[in-house]
Design a protein around this ligand. Structure first.
Ligand code: FES
Length: 73
């Protein structure tokens, strides 16, 4: 089973607890969910008008539309 999740954030969310900060992944690419592992840096040069998918190894591919993501062929 696969699940597609649309994410538009390119940086983490900072949560402050007393004197410590925690960084929560908002881009969806972290291997250490729910915490940021700096993988969001891969998104910094994304074009906001395009759609991208990231493969398990972190390779980015551009997709033309959401329907293309749903096709298994
Ligand atoms: S916000 Fe996702 S890895 Fe940093």
């Amino acid at each position: 089973m696969a699940r597609l999740v649309k994410k538009e954030h390119k940086s983490p969310l900072e949560i402050k607890a007393e004197t410590k900060s925690m960084w929560i992944c908002m881009c969806g690419l972290s291997s250490n969910q729910p915490f940021c592992d700096e993988s969001h840096k891969k998104t910094l040069d994304e074009d906001d008008n395009k759609i991208y998918a990231y493969e398990n190894k972190g390779n980015r591919i551009e997709v033309k539309n959401w329907e293309e993501c749903y096709n298994d062929t």
